[in-house]
Design a protein around this ligand. Sequence first.
Ligand code: SAH
Length: 259
Amino acid sequence: MKRTARPWCALVGAGPGDPELLTLKALRVARRATVLLVDDLVSDAVLSLVLRGRRPAPRVVHVGKRGGCNSTPQAFIERLMVAEALAGQRVVRLKGGDPFTFGRGGEEAATLRAHGVEVEVVNGITSGLAAATALGVPWTHREHAHGVMLVTGHARDGAAGLHWPTLGAAAAQGLTLVIYMGMSHLPELQAGLLATMAGSTPAAVVQSAGTPDERLCVTTLAGLAADARSAGLGSPAIVIVGDVLRARAALRSDVRQAA
Ligand code: SAH
């Protein structure tokens, strides 16, 4: 009897956008795809690298919102992944940043496994890390931070969001707060954090970290929403709050001294 390969799907992290930040494994696995489902946060440069020289080219399906269109419903994406994998296609879901850092990779993996599809996950550099590095700070700089909290500023529909004053109280103990999906609720999260954190706490927004369109706004918690708005920053962006941003000034003066 002919053995058929087990249905397979990979969730591959495309990193923040710079193709040189793609891992070797991500590139190797993504290039095995016969069907490639591409997230809106995956850069064109990364996609070109994955497709370069592929003959025949994989079928590329763009899932996600671009240019103001509605995003593809998650249930549709999951059904498509399952159906293609069960039909014998090598399905690769190329996701921005890291597939298991927000972005619903966990739900996708669970659905695939429930349908008997083998799931391979390849990590990528998450945009929060790329944002901290774009600001020139080590996010766990030991003089300023005991750790890092990655949080979402956008609660799941119907779910209670984070209690920002409680989070602020924890962050004030020396944790770097890295906020994903925070731009649409910036005034609310700022007000909540200000209940327990000093207005002078450094804060920054990094839009399109790790891409040629990268833009930064460095300010304080008190100025966060107003300064981000007047700088014209919007999604996709990471908000970073914490004393670790003071390392930025120190590093810069070190650089100047070294020069
Ligand atoms: N899995 C992704 C996160 C998906 S959630 C990762 O690991 O990076 C989507 C959110 O990620 C966006 O709302 C934004 O907050 C952030 N994001 C993704 N790519 C980004 C980028 N290049 N620059 C800044 N923020 C980004």
